[in-house]
Design a protein around this ligand. Structure first.
Ligand code: ZN
Ligand code: ZN
Length: 287
């Protein structure tokens, strides 16, 4: 079969792409407009408010919550994979929304006169989902105006048990042959996705501050957007990030999902004034 992705000469909808230490982040996120991200090397994406044609070959999607701007393109994505004869994708989403998405797909099946083959997996905070021998994703609780979850993507490796490290190779081999477990699993948080949440979503899940790549929302940056509304709607303000500036031990912190009430230039000006070192150069404002 010819490559369906090669046939598309333009990108629609738009997205930005940037590589950090061998991992590429691609996506777009603006509050109330649309949000979609993927990390091709990990074979997964987060949220599906829009779906660029090129994102079609990513087979696993993790939905943070069901606000329209994070979900709208999901049926189109599933349909495209079927049309292009790709395997049915796996979609992870908050457990309480699964039956509603099934209903939505059911309506679309009638409208489109076509099947929407996929596996819908309801996730619960605290549970983990195995994507491959190396990659495991955990769902974590976040705090938004509707039920929402965040995700942490772990790379797991086997390491020789510390107490065996001084033994000669041959002895270790014999222990292994005799059926004794000689290795332990170690995990590294390669990526974390906050979705829409107040800053409590990070505070409650400290591994998010350790992930190589943290993709977080920072919907509001201006002084005029501080206050009660922010908490009621369940979003992060720049103030929250400034207060926790020492806590971010990530390789890169991608801030996104900016309110459309603030133009890009103003966001840049305010953030660079409040965080002149941009979290030691790790903070990326994603427009
Ligand atoms: Zn949103
Ligand atoms: Zn939302």
């Amino acid at each position: 079969m010819s490559d369906p992705l090669a046939a598309q000469p333009y990108s629609d909808p738009p997205y930005r792409s940037q590589t950090f230490n061998g991992m590429t982040v691609e996506g777009f996120s603006r509050a109330a407009m649309q949000t979609y991200w993927r990390i091709p090397q990990l074979k997964l994406g987060f949220d599906c408010g829009g779906h660029p044609w090129e994102f079609m070959n990513t087979p696993n999607w993790f939905i943070s919550h069901t606000h329209m701007d994070h979900l709208l393109a999901l049926p189109a994505y599933v349909c495209r994979r079927r049309m292009m004869k790709m395997s049915p994708p796996t979609i992870f989403l908050p457990a309480q929304s699964v039956h509603l998405v099934e209903k939505l797909f059911d309506v679309y099946k009638h409208l489109d006169h076509g099947r929407l083959p996929c596996q819908l997996v309801g996730v619960q905070p605290g549970e983990e989902y195995v994507l491959s021998r190396e990659i495991v994703v955990t769902a974590v609780e976040t705090f938004h105006s509707i039920r929402s979850v965040g995700y942490i993507v772990w790379e797991r490796r086997k390491r020789l048990k510390p107490e065996l490290q001084k033994l000669p190779q041959e002895q270790i081999r014999q222990l292994a042959v005799s059926g004794q477990e000689v290795s332990v699993e170690v995990r590294f948080p390669r990526a974390a996705y906050l979705g829409d949440s107040t800053i409590q979503g990070l505070d409650a899940n400290p591994a998010m501050f350790e992930a190589d790549i943290l993709i977080m929302e920072m919907s509001f940056v201006a002084k005029r957007h501080r206050g009660d509304k922010l908490r009621r709607y369940g979003h992060v303000h720049l103030d929250d990030v400034v207060e926790r500036r020492e806590k971010f031990r990530n390789g890169v912190v991608i801030a996104s999902h900016f309110s459309t009430r603030c133009p890009d230039r103003e966001i840049k000006r305010i953030v660079t004034k409040r965080l002149p070192d941009m979290l030691a150069g790790k903070l990326v404002l994603w427009f």
